[in-house]
Design a protein around this ligand. Structure first.
Ligand SMILES: Cc1cc2nc3c(=O)[nH]c(=O)nc-3n(C[C@H](O)[C@H](O)[C@H](O)COP(=O)(O)OP(=O)(O)OC[C@H]3O[C@@H](n4cnc5c(N)ncnc54)[C@H](O)[C@@H]3O)c2cc1C
Length: 510
């Protein structure tokens, strides 16, 4: 196969590499590893592979730029809600975060810098959507079809992201709306909101960030709320320049700050998982925050949650309540019955004339499309295997899917700490597996179904008693009401269990 090559700088070394950047480059080429996605998962995996001396890999990315979540979410006010010192790679600390919670653009720039610094760009195949991947018993490899062509790989690693497929509400008539309509993860920057009558559907993590920023611009903001979120004070602040200097000169200082944040966040897990009663204090704090910021009793009642804090994602904001208290904002708790050409009608018959709709309605999490396109042994799709709930051993490997690894697979999500900690744990597990395969000349690994089943029943047994099983509805739950999204433990337990790849848990094919 024809492919170009280029010399590029990878830290100290210069490495000769093929450039899989177009159709011709990847067509029918074989790689040791194919990685899907260029968010924290895919990039992190690629960087660690390279650091371990593995250069024969390709990164498949459907977009024309890297960054995943932080490329796509450009809405006003978008930022992380885990402090940036922790929400970053452990092997690439950034001493220069501008704020405690860095804005999305800064996180995106950080990922771009990481990919340049570690020489990942030449491995990325852009504009290349994975359309199908199947495991071939004949040559013990994955056959992958992308919008740019075909390739094969010994190992396929999915880093397609749990929050990368925007979910739109299915409301009668919404397709016939004649105004402008978009999702918060696909913000329409060409549309000027100034002076418009805007409907925002949803009061989740994204809406709580963008509503305060658009409220001063719009003429009217109709906020359609299904369930009020619990909101704690955010306390964001700029990080002073002298901190940057210290972190640059003394990286250990930043590691200590990181460790302190990590331990503080882990304490939250104690309450969420083992002692929901401990959440009382946090609920009082949130209640006080609401009372202080929303003087009007009727509005306050609408914004008061009636479920345990933590059952849905806990949000942080200092400006959401003041924004929705403005006279131009109406919080509507009636269900939407219908969308008309220029209005929204609620079940009580009230009609709201609007120019635009912004959907802050989250993502397809437990019903994503990609599993339909991944076929394991015997042609079975991942979607079929997951018909009764998506499950994977340690959220990473699936019986009947040899040499397939998931990053942020089922039961690896968190309600309290940095997802990058989980991603890095999984990456080290996969690397350990690849080393074992090299050492023992193993071609394929497949988790034993009894090991996977034991893990699944452990997850099921650990969920009751957690705050997530306390009776609210949330995107953590699938259609059967099962929580297949979150890790029901401390993150250091997950790290311990993924530290070493145990070959006894797998079929090994030499
Ligand atoms: C607004 C927002 C704020 C968040 N804040 C936090 C936070 O503060 N702390 C935290 O821990 N987590 C946060 N998260 C969760 C966040 O998604 C994860 O922390 C992390 O960024 C996920 O990285 P990822 O690489 O797994 O997925 P993503 O970043 O979603 O990247 C997936 C990549 O795969 C590509 N892809 C998907 N399907 C295909 C396909 N078929 N073919 C080719 N390419 C494909 C996508 O284009 C994308 O580039 C937030 C999420 C959102 C949406």
């Amino acid at each position: 196969m024809a492919h170009s090559s280029k010399r590029y700088s990878d830290g100290e070394r210069l490495v000769e590499l093929p450039l899989p950047s177009s159709h011709a480059d990847t067509q029918n080429r074989h790689y040791r590893v194919a990685i899907l996605g260029t968010g924290f998962s895919g990039l992190g995996m690629a960087i660690r592979l390279k650091q371990c001396g593995e250069h024969n890999f390709v990164v498949i990315e459907k977009a024309a730029d890297l960054g995943g979540t932080w490329r796509d979410n450009t809405y006003p006010g978008c930022a992380c809600d885990i402090p940036s010192h922790l929400y970053s790679f452990s092997f690439a600390l950034n001493p220069d975060w501008s704020h405690l919670y860095a804005p999305s653009r800064e996180i995106w720039d950080y990922l771009r810098r990481c990919s340049r610094r570690f020489g990942i760009l030449p491995h990325i195949c852009w504009n290349s959507e994975l359309q199908e991947a199947y495991w071939s018993e004949d040559d013990q490899s994955w056959h992958i079809t992308t919008s740019q062509g075909r390739l094969t790989a010994d190992v396929l690693i999915l880093g397609n992201g749990p929050l990368s497929e925007p979910s739109f509400p299915s409301i009668p008539g919404i397709e016939s709306f004649e105004g402008t309509r978009f999702h918060s993860a696909q913000w329409n920057h060409n549309y000027d909101l100034t002076g418009k009558r805007v409907a925002v559907i949803g009061t989740g993590a994204s809406a709580v960030q963008f509503v305060p920023l658009i409220q001063p611009l719009v003429a009217n903001l109709f906020l359609f709320q299904r369930t009020p979120p619990w909101i704690l004070p955010r306390g964001d602040r700029p990080i002073p320049a002298w901190h940057h200097t210290i972190f640059r000169l003394l990286p250990i200082a930043q590691r200590m700050v990181r460790a302190r944040i990590y331990l503080r966040q882990e304490l939250v897990a104690l309450a969420l998982i083992h002692r929901p009663a401990m959440l009382e204090a946090a609920m009082k704090l949130a209640q006080h925050h609401l009372e202080k910021q929303v003087p009007e009793a009727e509005l306050r009642a609408k914004l008061t949650p009636n479920y345990l804090l933590g059952c849905k994602r806990i949000l942080l904001s200092d400006d959401f309540y003041p924004a929705v208290s403005q006279s131009t904002v109406e919080v509507i708790t009636e269900r939407i019955r219908q969308v008309r050409a220029k209005s929204i009608v609620t079940v009580d018959g009230k009609e709201y004339e609007i120019d635009s709709i912004i959907c802050g309605t989250g993502f397809h999490v437990t019903d994503a499309q990609l599993p339909l396109r991944i076929r394991g042994r015997g042609g079975v799709t991942l979607a079929n295997t997951w018909h009764d709930g998506s499950r994977a051993y340690l959220g990473t490997t699936v019986a009947q899917f040899p040499n397939l690894f998931l990053l942020i697979g089922p039961n690896t999500g968190l309600g309290h700490n940095s997802m990058i900690y989980m991603i890095e744990s999984q990456i080290s597990y996969i690397l350990d597996c690849l080393h074992m395969m090299d050492r023992r000349k193993v071609h394929a690994v497949e988790v034993l179904s009894e090991i996977q089943e034991a893990f699944i029943s452990e997850m099921e047994q650990r969920m009751p008693g957690t705050v997530w099983a306390s009776g609210c509805t949330s995107w953590y739950l699938d259609t059967r009401g099962q929580n297949t999204t979150l890790w029901p433990g401390f993150t250091f337990e997950f790290r311990r269990r993924t530290r070493h790849f145990d070959p006894l848990h797998y079929h090994l094919n030499s």
